[in-house]
Design a binder for this molecule. Structure first.
Ligand code: EPU
Length: 350
């Protein structure tokens, strides 16, 4: 294990803001991960586990502890039953490369999760989801380092406590485990999932596209919304969706709809069914209708010109500017609609 000093973190994130890590370990084996944790502990230093940096905002002052970049490689696959193939994947693998491989091998289950930046290890933590699928549907098991006894442990899907953008790893057991690898169970020759409105629109009625066509369509839609990382496109210097879609009681939704009608907003706010009879509202809609149109700019921070839910760095933004814009949007939405938006990215060093 090699420990580097003063390593800039901004280039390791998609948002590209923030200062350096005082100490930095690029962990390519499970032993590296363990040694890095033990080093941090014995030196009484805080540590932070970095994956693909696609859902992360780093503070301008950086992080005065040990950043452990999980770079464990490896993709192995084996057929378990007639129509199922398991992919056993190291946490450091690029997520979209795995999706491309699965699609090329005609395995269904993650095709609409195409084009999402980041690494495999991050996918179970926030239960990554997009365009009608979420990884909770295909995760078979997760290999983790238990930080209490420094043993490697396997979690079954049911033990992960998955729900919308949530697992035990970012809620009840946050900080207790480090994801080392994930096993996905995919359906050989299964149909592509085309349930999401954007995809139905793309293909039109009554057509069942192939997995590859679906992957291509998702990437095209993401590109049009600046949710696909394109180097040098400033609308892509973001952390994806900056706010979670709020899940509210139907009565709250009715209040928002009434406020909207009063303000002369003609179309009803979008809503999607959630669990327990609640509804999921669109954070992007709330942001736009609270007066923050796409492209709204404050210094070097802005709302993406292509999607109201992404805050973008116009090139030389500081983390402070991003945070100021976050606060302004939260105040605006809460003032107009009485809904508190919660940020989705992880904040480091604040
Ligand atoms: N909308 C607007 N303005 C916009 C964009 C969207 O009002 O600028 C409204 C539209 O009514 C649209 C609705 O919001 O129908 C939903 O928009 P979209 O389908 O783009 O999805 P989203 O709810 O904004 C979520 C995820 C994304 C994921 C997409 C596609 C969250 C917080 N975000 O966005 O995930 O890619 O669905 O499935 O759940 C991420 O988490 O980082 C992320 C990018």
């Amino acid at each position: 294990m090699t420990i580097e000093e003063n390593v800039p973190l901004a280039p390791l994130t998609t948002m590209k803001v923030g200062g350096p890590a005082k100490l930095f370990v690029n962990a390519i084996t499970e032993d590296d991960v363990m040694s890095a944790v033990e080093y941090a502990r014995s030196n009484h230093l805080p540590w932070f586990v970095l994956g693909g940096g696609s859902n992360l905002v780093v503070a301008d002052a950086g992080f005065s502890g040990v950043v452990i970049k999980i770079a464990i490689p490896g993709v192995k696959s084996c057929d378990v039953r007639r129509r199922r193939r398991e992919y056993v994947v190291g946490a450091g693998e690029e997520w979209d490369t795995l999706v491309a491989k699965a699609v090329a091998e005609n395995c269904a289950g993650i095709e609409t999760l195409s084009g999402i930046p980041g690494t495999v290890g991050g996918t179970p933590v926030q239960n990554v989801g997009a365009y009608g699928q979420e990884v909770a549907e295909t995760i078979q098991s997760i290999r983790v380092l238990d930080l209490q006894n420094m043993r490697v442990k396997e979690f079954s899907n049911a033990e992960c406590g998955f729900s919308y953008r949530t697992s035990i790893f970012n809620s009840t057991a946050a900080g207790h485990y480090i994801v080392l690898g994930v096993t996905y169970s995919l359906e050989i020759g299964g149909p592509a999932r085309v349930t999401y409105a954007d995809l139905k629109r793309y293909f039109g009625e009554g057509r069942q596209p192939s997995l590859q066509e679906t992957r291509d369509a998702v990437r095209a839609v993401r590109l049009s919304k600046a949710m696909l990382i394109v180097p040098d496109d400033e609308d892509c210097r973001s952390a994806g969706s900056f706010f979670k879609n709020p899940i509210v009681e139907d009565s709250k939704y009715q209040e928002v709809a009434a406020i909207a009608a009063q303000k002369g907003i003609v179309a009803a706010p979008p809503k999607y069914p959630a669990t327990d009879g609640k509804v999921k509202m669109s954070a992007a809609w709330l942001v736009e209708n609270a007066g923050f149109s796409k492209g709204y700019t404050r210094g070097n921070a802005a709302i993406s010109r292509k999607h109201a839910l992404a805050l973008v760095n116009h090139g030389s933004a500081t983390a402070a500017e991003i945070i100021a814009l976050r606060d302004e949007v939260q105040r605006g939405v809460s003032g107009m609609f009485g809904i508190q938006l919660h940020p989705e990215p992880v904040m480091l060093g604040f």
